[in-house]
Design a protein around this ligand. Structure first.
Ligand code: T46
Length: 307
């Protein structure tokens, strides 16, 4: 175990307010003080239920209330600290060797957990006495590191060519649903079932009725969209054909490949769109004008035909 053990802390996240709804995002090794290996979300938690306490030997976690509210109760072996999580623009960082349980779930609450490791039952410590015994062998935790809030990664433009793509290459993926009496859980790991590493997570929330989002294409970005709460439609457009996909289940994901124009609309009230993305935010990766998108597709097709 590391001699400089980090302490738990609240991390404030960017909240990009917009008449089309709010957006917050977290970047691996940025707001998230580790590399994201796995994301999971807990939902459909019946009133009065809680998620049992445990600690992890080595894995780091970041916990966000994507919808509703709940409490994360941390125990350092001597003292309990209760964190009420009720807004999706802050996160709780939980370092390894911290005992934690989750309780006091509101109706329609959704917990998002980002983890530094793949699922590994051997990393769990499920017995509190054993946790205290192991904790006593460790050095004291260090001072909290300063939070890396609000950093935007607008890097210098480096337009990549727009890859040819088809709306049919955007797959609707049935994600695992681990059914349990104290709530359901869906998990996505890097490479399983998504064909990329999660380098950024963002979510759209507080979306006023009748609004649409998106309206652009990406050159390189791959992403998985999930309706964490409520429902919405995604209109995919490859320049030749359009396809409308409805998302309305937290255990269903839409994989969007680069080179596809997308618009999100028909948001139900209370809907939250979660996106797991393959890259950090980069404005140079966006094509935000549909005429430019079509012109670039045509140009690429002509160039290819001439070779
Ligand atoms: C997508 C659809 C579904 C950041 O600073 N960091 C980020 O990670 C993101 C996603 C956005 N932003 C800033 C950029 C803009 O100033 O937040 C503002 C709103 O972003 P945008 O207009 O791109 O929001 P949407 O909802 O139209 O698009 C977003 C994603 O950008 C996009 O990749 O596919 O959701």
């Amino acid at each position: 175990m590391d001699a400089d053990r980090p302490s738990p802390r609240i991390i404030h996240l960017p909240k990009v307010s917009d008449p089309r709804g709010n957006l917050s995002f977290l970047e691996s090794e940025g707001h998230v003080p580790f590399s994201i290996r796995r994301a999971y979300w807990i939902y459909d938690v019946p009133g009065g239920m809680h998620r049992d306490g445990h600690a992890f030997r080595t894995q780091h976690e970041l916990i966000v209330a994507l919808s509703g509210s709940f409490d994360v109760v941390l125990n350092d072996g001597a003292t309990e600290t209760r964190h009420h999580m009720a807004r999706s623009y802050y996160a709780l960082y939980v370092p390894p060797m911290t005992w934690r349980r989750i309780d006091n779930f509101s109706t329609n609450s959704v917990v998002l957990v980002l983890s530094s490791q793949d699922y590994d039952p051997a990393d769990y410590i499920e017995d509190f006495d054993e946790y205290r015994r192991l904790l006593a062998l460790l050095p004291e935790p260090g001072q909290p590191e300063s939070a890396t809030e609000g950093t935007r990664h607008d890097s210098a433009p480096r337009p990549a060519p727009l890859p040819p793509a088809s709306v049919d290459s955007c797959q609707l993926i049935a994600l695992d649903k681990h059914h349990h009496a104290n709530g359901n859980l869906t998990v996505v790991q890097n490479g399983d079932p998504i064909p990329f590493d999660i380098r950024r997570v963002y979510y759209l929330y507080d979306i006023p009725g009748g609004e649409a989002r998106g309206g652009h294409a990406h050159r390189q970005l791959r992403q998985l969209l999930v309706a964490i709460s409520g429902s919405f439609d995604v209109v995919l457009d490859d320049g030749r054909r359009q396809r409308r996909v409805t998302l309305g289940r937290p255990y269903q994901g839409l994989l969007i490949v680069p080179g596809i124009w997308r618009v999100l609309d028909n948001f139900s009230s209370g809907s939250v769109c979660l996106c797991l993305a393959s890259e950090h935010y980069d404005e140079a990766d966006y094509i935000r004008n549909h005429d430019d998108f079509i012109a670039e597709l045509r140009h690429n097709a002509e160039t290819q035909n001439n070779h």
